[in-house]
Write a protein that binds this ligand. Structure first.
Ligand code: LMR
Length: 395
């Protein structure tokens, strides 16, 4: 038997693999409610005006594409720290590297943490973004879950969550969703964050906050509050993604920031992060980070970005309201209120695998088997069709 003849076919990725199946479907009226990608009312991924202006500026002054430093574009790294932490921590207390989107940044975090704490476990929420489990397992960790979603209450079981964290051994890495929890859409309140932060610090756990949707729940400041709370009280790992917030999915723009005790510690941590980066992808790409740094570094473009981000957020909220009221009209008595109380791109609908498969097979509507629906895929042109189909399978 040759080396490759025994290779097993792996299952398709639960999120991006669904997009592959969606693309291969030639039925008219199909809708991809799977992947978390923001689309405009006409069903296209937007090119933000602020990004277009930045592109035009860069095109007017073409620059060669030399290697970036291992940790990335300095102006970009500074802009990330400013956006994520404001004045909560001194700049030189933060070790930051430009990452390949949120996923690439999590991967760098996972690899460093595994070297620092080889015996530690990683705790992720139950449920969590599918890639958290896969990514931290691949980094060599044993991954377990802390209670999070309360199906009956349509919310978070914060008591169970705090109890579980209170029993975790010191050094356990706890992955938290900074805002717009993926997949449920249920976030902690500020008081609940205070409880979680307290138990994390009391137990000596290692918090890792994944922030891929800053600005999609309420605004940049409120959505960043949990990260700043942790940054003010001790070490924290924070991953940032600009895929959604800048609509720069294919550019893979993200970052990993590690808040340290002082500048010396940050310099030592950065030196280790650079080894992880150098041995993984050597150094990051130039274009996306330059676009983000250009926008964040220019007061006018930054305020235009905040307006465009608010526009995306508002359209998602409108679609939530329209979906809920459509369902309530289609089937009086239906329980759909939670669609409008969840945050961010996703609605954890409460539908099970059987119903999701039926949606796919009978109606060409592609949501995740977990029941997660990507709300930005909805628009006035497909809403009625989606409502009709959902009303037929809704419990
Ligand atoms: C999602 O959850 O759909 C997005 O974060 C895209 C991805 O990479 O999975």
């Amino acid at each position: 038997m040759s080396l490759l003849s025994s290779v097993e076919r792996a299952p398709r990725d639960p999120i991006l693999g669904l997009t592959e199946a969606f693309k291969a479907d030639d039925r008219p009226g199909k809708v991809n409610l799977g992947v978390g990608v923001y689309m405009d009312a006409d069903g296209t991924v937007p090119l933000l005006e602020c990004v277009k202006t930045a592109q035009d500026r860069l095109a007017a002054n073409p620059a060669p594409y030399g290697y970036l430093p291992i940790d990335g574009l300095a102006a970009y790294d500074d802009a990330v720290v400013d956006l994520v932490f404001g004045d909560t921590v001194p700049r030189d207390h933060v070790a930051v590297v430009q990452g390949l989107g949120g996923t690439g940044s999590l991967k760098v975090a996972g690899d460093l943490l595994r070297r620092l704490q080889p015996e530690a476990k990683v705790l992720i929420s139950d449920p969590s973004w599918e890639n958290h489990q896969a990514l931290f397992s691949r980094a060599g960790f044993e991954v377990e879950r802390y209670p999070y979603y309360d199906a009956e209450a349509h919310g978070v079981d914060v008591d169970a969550m705090v109890t579980a964290l209170g029993e975790a051994p010191a050094g356990t890495v706890v992955v938290l969703h900074a805002c717009c929890h993926n997949p449920t859409g249920y976030d902690l309140t500020p008081d609940e964050w205070a409880r979680v932060e307290q138990v994390v610090r009391e137990r000596g756990l290692v918090p890792l906050l994944d922030m891929a949707y800053q600005g999609f729940a309420t605004d940049l400041a409120s959505d960043g509050a949990a990260v700043r709370r942790f940054a003010a009280s001790g070490p924290v790992f924070v991953t940032t993604s600009f895929s959604k917030t800048f609509s720069l999915y294919g550019e893979r723009v993200g970052a990993l920031s590690v808040v340290c005790a002082d500048a010396d510690e940050a310099a030592r941590v950065l030196s280790q992060l650079k080894i992880v980066v150098r041995t993984t992808y050597s150094n990051p790409p130039t274009n996306g980070a330059t676009l983000v740094a250009t926008v964040l570094g220019d007061a006018e473009l930054r305020s235009q970005w905040e307006g465009e981000l608010a526009g995306m957020r508002d359209r998602i909220k409108e679609m939530r309201v329209a979906l809920r009221s459509g369902l309530e009209q289609a089937r009086p008595g239906i329980v759909a209120e939670h669609i409008t109380t969840q945050n961010g791109m996703f609605s954890y609908s409460g539908l099970g695998k059987e119903q999701m498969v039926r949606l796919r097979e009978e109606f060409a509507l592609y949501g995740l088997d977990s029941g997660r629906l990507a709300i930005p895929a909805l628009n006035p042109g497909n809403l009625d069709r989606v409502v009709d189909a959902l009303a037929k399978v809704w419990p």
